[in-house]
Ligand binder design. Structure first.
Ligand code: SF4
Ligand code: SF4
Length: 173
């Protein structure tokens, strides 16, 4: 496993997001199978269970969805709701507890405003490769989850540990 699955892009442009202070955290991404496996491998299994118990994460077809809450900036942003983890100064949870998309996504508008340097082209290539990798891992893990738990996963310690181990086996390929 290399460090790539944990890539985090720091985009200062998000601080001036054209969509306002809520940015794309108004519509948080699914914490999908590969994200969950990665969080488990980074020591977050019990954190996931606590988030599930608190209702900040809840089961959906592709893994777990993030709860959305009332947005205090709704009037200024036009976004009535936002991710439960979005605070006044952005995300309130560390990168190793976020979905990979939260860590590496930067929209086309932000990229085009950033300019065109060699470093930025490399960062963008990494983002695109990672998007493809996570899509592939999610597809494979989703098939394995459905084969093992046709009625839906039990969302317990054993299942999450298994998910981490399965992701690790994909990274080893
Ligand atoms: S990625 Fe784009 S839309 Fe999302 S917060 Fe950054 S600038 Fe805003
Ligand atoms: S987890 Fe953090 S980065 Fe991801 S949508 Fe929620 S607030 Fe935004």
């Amino acid at each position: 496993m290399d460090g790539r699955p944990h890539l985090k892009l720091d985009a200062e442009l998000c601080g001036r997001c054209p969509q306002g202070v809520t940015g794309c955290c108004a519509a948080p991404p699914v914490v999908a199978w590969a994200d969950l496996g990665r969080i488990v491998l980074l020591g977050g299994r019990d954190w996931l269970l606590a988030e599930l118990a608190a209702g900040r994460l809840y089961p959906c077809a592709r893994g777990l969805a993030l709860q959305r809450v009332e947005n205090p900036d709704a009037a200024a942003t036009g976004r009535a709701k936002k991710c439960v983890h979005h605070g006044e100064r952005g995300c309130t949870i560390p990168p190793d507890r976020r979905s990979a998309t939260c860590n590496y996504y930067v929209c086309d508008e932000a990229w085009s405003e950033a300019g065109d340097t060699r470093e930025l082209r490399r960062a963008r290539a990494s983002q695109e490769r990672l998007t493809e990798d996570y899509a592939r891992w999610d597809l494979l893990l989703g098939e394995r989850v459905r084969a093992r738990h046709p009625d839906g996963p039990p969302w317990d310690e054993a299942f999450l540990d298994w998910l981490g181990a399965e992701l690790s086996s994909l990274w080893a390929l």
